[in-house]
Design a protein around this ligand. Structure first.
Ligand SMILES: Nc1ncnc2c1ncn2[C@@H]1O[C@H](COP(=O)(O)OP(=O)(O)OP(=O)(O)O)[C@@H](O)[C@H]1O
Length: 126
């Protein structure tokens, strides 16, 4: 049976390996992804040192994970568009701009929720 026809655990591990490669490619090539990773690290460090409500920690994990997942998908869309055309095309522009808009909408949402989570703990510091 070839690798594509694999079933069970072997197939699952193979999928994880490809996904890990995709993540490493995104983290290695996309400056925005590196910014999101740094921001995620700062969020978790702040949550560790500030008196953040423990009930809010899953929310932070969900927000940071969602941001990374969306940036990864944005990169996949950029690569796919580049595969179709490297010339200027209005549809290529629209597709990339829409994918970027999805990332922006999520980033603004995450920032708003982040302020909501950290507002009280930061006030308590003073
Ligand atoms: N083939 C194309 N035709 C028309 N416009 C394009 C094309 N490729 C990119 N663009 C425009 O340039 C913008 C930036 O595209 P690019 O592929 O460089 O992404 P990027 O700046 O690397 O994005 P990110 O910062 O998210 O990685 C797109 O949002 C789009 O408006």
């Amino acid at each position: 049976m070839d690798a594509k026809g694999q079933r069970g655990l072997g197939r699952l591990l193979r999928s994880f390996r490809f996904a890990a490669r995709g993540f490493l490619h995104t983290a290695g090539t996309e400056q925005n992804m590196q910014l999101h990773l740094a921001a995620g690290g700062i969020v978790f460090a702040a949550a560790w040192y500030l008196p953040v409500d423990p009930a809010h920690i899953p929310l932070l994990i969900f927000l940071v994970g969602g941001m990374l997942a969306l940036e990864t998908m944005n990169t996949a869309i950029e690569r796919t568009v580049d595969l179709i055309t490297e010339d200027y095309h209005p549809l290529a522009k629209t597709a990339k701009d829409i994918a970027a808009a999805a990332v922006l909408i999520y980033a603004v949402t995450a920032a708003v929720v982040g302020v909501w989570v950290f507002y009280e703990p930061i006030l308590q510091m003073f």
